[in-house]
Design a binder for this molecule. Structure first.
Ligand code: ADP
Ligand code: MG
Length: 681
């Protein structure tokens, strides 16, 4: 008799699997887990913590990563009866953490994931009517405010990983603080890993701080003697060095993203290939946001005797996830960060040095279960002199369009006086208002329009939402919803293995036949896949990542449901490419660029020099006028996902934003000032 929760749990292949054939064995396993819970640093504080929660409406909780805050506190609250009054909610800044922690807690409670314990992340709701402990991303809780502005179904809300200071968490602070005023019975917990507790307490009107002393073993910090030019190379060499010279213990390496992790994995596999039994077995476990959940589970599996686990992680392993058994940390000192210039309105992802606080967190991962070592791939001098003390909160370095639209839909009109913990730059706020006005989501008094209300229904950037709503007018909602879903998956549709790059590129170029542009190529990929009845074989043959396609299909299904909610009929005209492009332009007219004599581009408003990304189907074609989806900064500012447009569409689609002389070909390089600018009071 198989037990069902094991199947549904996202951790096949872990210890559970082994125990899963008999009910008695599972019971034994659960007992063992209950014993494990008691060994966590938070356990001795269980009663005191519950007392403090009874006494105070708002409590700031501070404790070392791995002490048990995320997995245990919601269970304690449930055991103490809070779940009889309402749900226990817990927010996480990261998708992967929400899923993984929910799975863990479901396991500890011996229930099926999605029943009593569930999670909700964008495009994936794994909860049900029986859910009493709900983990969710901070962004999802923000969206819940739209349907339940007083969080009436919750008895406790725990805003976890508060120190991460993501944009959504910062906005949540203001909203939940407000709720505590008119719902005296709701409990609010703000938990964090680092030393910002005082700041949180001040913000929440002097809420008491509950400290959970951590167990910390000493961690030796090692710096490089000289700066390393190539940290990817340096990191892989260090892994191998540790592997052959250091005593047992797993290794955790921090990278900035999926591409780096995959590259490192390849290098490590290549270098250890053929060494056979000359070295101990090395188990390489990547972990990043887009990794499928069955592979995420691998990082938690116990390392077999004699082998060594090497976890290649993004920032997610800094505080959101705790992996037991890590003894060595390799810290290249970088992370990928959003940056935003309110002057140009441009947002890009850039690789930047981490802060001192982040570096200390990273090092701390090595000393959780025994003494450890942290290898910093930078010099002691650069740590002292080149790294900021703390990471700048996201709210101060991102485009606020999304959040402003959300707050406006919640009826919060006076954004300048919103209770921000750290306010965003006024210029950024104005920019967001201006952009929403240009999109038609706000009127000239800054109030939400009917269009804006419809746009707010979608968990997407305002530009994408606008494109979806506009597809109604251009009678191509089927096509646009597909394009939206494909864009939302990110840049992981095309597969380009190192040894088959030529084949992969040829396969990719097939979808670009006729230089239709990247959006339409993505549409073609999806439609052809659909025609083969979603065939995996077809994906292999065409160098398409089947996993990404399945995700696109899921997202597409959800978006279709939302279209129905805002009463947009399915319409389709696959051969009318102009209409499809016009619908895209309706959302993205902000992102227009014109070809220059030297082959680079110049954006039309707030002129900037940009180029078409080499991965684009149009990178050799260089059309005169383009609309792009996003900018990425690598060696230069690149436009990624590009289509060609006709300049007069801009005047047709956004007459309040573009005047004829903005888009006239002759003399267009001279930028008229102050034309078509939105005014907002
Ligand atoms: P905190 O939130 O204080 O950082 P957690 O509650 O996340 O601590 O972690 C407590 C313990 O639970 C850690 O020892 C961690 O290894 C374990 N744990 C958490 N999530 C999982 C998981 N998905 N699989 C296995 N163990 C986990
Ligand atoms: Mg946690």
């Amino acid at each position: 008799d198989q037990i069902e929760f094991i199947q549904a749990s996202i951790m096949p292949g872990s210890k559970v699997h082994y125990f899963s054939t008999h009910k008695a064995a599972v019971a034994m396993f659960l007992d063992e887990m209950q014993e494990d819970r008691k060994t966590l640093p938070i356990f001795p504080y269980r009663e005191r913590l519950l007392d403090a929660i009874t006494k105070h409406q708002v409590l700031v909780i501070e404790g070392e990563t791995g002490s048990g805050k995320t997995t245990q506190i919601p269970q304690y609250l449930h055991e103490a009866g809070y779940s009889k009054v309402g749900k226990i909610g817990c927010t996480q800044p990261r998708r992967v953490a929400a899923m993984s922690v929910a799975a863990r807690v479901a396991q500890e409670m011996g229930v099926k994931l999605g029943h009593e314990v569930g999670y909700s992340i964008r495009f994936e709701d794994c909860t049900s009517d029986t859910t009493i402990i709900k983990y969710m991303t901070d962004g999802m809780l923000l969206r819940e405010f739209l349907s339940e502005p007083d969080l009436a179904s919750y008895s406790v809300m725990m805003v976890d990983e508060a120190h991460e200071r993501t944009l959504s968490t910062d906005i949540l602070f203001g909203l939940v603080k407000d709720i505590t005023r008119f719902r005296p019975e709701i409990k609010l917990l703000i938990s964090s890993a680092t030393l910002d507790a005082g700041k949180f307490s001040d913000y929440f009107d002097g809420a008491p701080i509950f400290r959970i002393p951590g167990r910390r073993f000493p961690v030796d910090i090692l710096y490089t003697k000289a700066p390393e030019a190539d940290y990817l190379e340096a990191a892989t060499v260090t892994v191998l060095q540790i592997h052959v010279t250091q005593p047992p213990g797993d290794i955790l390496v921090f990278f900035t993203g999926q591409e780096e992790i995959e590259a490192a994995e390849e290098i490590l596999k290549h270098r250890t290939r053929g060494l056979g039994s000359k070295i101990a077995e090395m188990i390489i476990c990547p972990i990043y946001a887009n990794l499928p959940s069955d592979m995420q589970a691998k990082i938690f599996e116990e390392t077999p005797e004699g082998a060594r686990k090497v976890v290649l992680a993004t920032n997610i392993a800094e505080t959101s996830l705790t992996i037991d058994g890590i003894k060595y940390v390799i810290d290249p000192g970088f992370c990928k960060q959003k940056s935003y210039s309110p002057r140009t309105g441009m947002e890009s992802l850039i690789i930047t040095p981490v802060s001192k606080a982040a570096a200390q967190q990273r090092a701390g991962r090595a000393g959780r279960t025994s003494a450890g070592k942290c290898f910093r791939l930078y010099t002691a001098w650069s740590f002292q002199n080149e790294m900021d003390d703390n990471t700048v909160p996201e709210i101060q370095r991102t485009n606020l369009g999304n959040v402003v639209l959300m707050l406006k839909s919640l009826g919060i009109n006076d954004l300048i006086n919103f209770d921000f913990m750290d306010p965003p730059p006024a210029e950024t706020l104005l920019r967001a208002l201006e952009q929403l006005y240009a999109l038609g989501a706000l009127n000239d008094r800054g109030e939400l329009t009917k269009l804006g209300r419809r746009m707010a229904e979608f968990p997407l950037d305002p530009m994408l939402s606008k494109m979806l709503v506009a597809s109604d007018k251009y009678l191509c909602s089927e096509e646009i919803v597909t394009i939206c879903a494909m864009l939302s998956v990110g840049n992981s549709i095309f597969y380009r293995p190192k040894d088959k790059q030529v084949h992969a590129d040829n396969a990719r170029m097939n979808f670009h036949a006729g230089n239709v542009g990247d959006h339409l190529a993505l549409l073609k990929v999806y439609d052809q896949w659909k025609e083969t009845n979603f065939s995996t074989q077809w994906c292999y043959e065409n160098y398409i990542q089947v996993r990404s396609m399945k995700r696109a299909r899921d997202i597409r299904d959800q978006l279709e449901g939302l279209l129905e909610r805002v009463e947009i009929e399915p319409t389709s005209n696959p051969s009318d490419l102009e209409s499809i492009k016009k619908a895209i332009t309706s959302g993205y007219f902000y992102h227009t660029a014109k070809l220059q004599k030297n082959g680079s581009y110049r954006t039309i408003k707030n002129p900037q020099t940009v180029s078409i990304h080499p991965s684009s189907g149009l990178s050799q074609v260089l059309p005169r006028w383009v609309v792009y989806h996003e900018l990425v900064l690598t060696t230069k500012e690149y436009m990624r996902q590009v289509i060609e447009i006709k300049p007069d569409w801009l005047v047709e689609i956004a007459p309040h934003y573009y005047k004829l002389k903005d888009v006239e070909d002759a003399g267009a390089h001279k930028m008229p000032k102050g034309k078509g600018k939105a005014t907002i009071d």
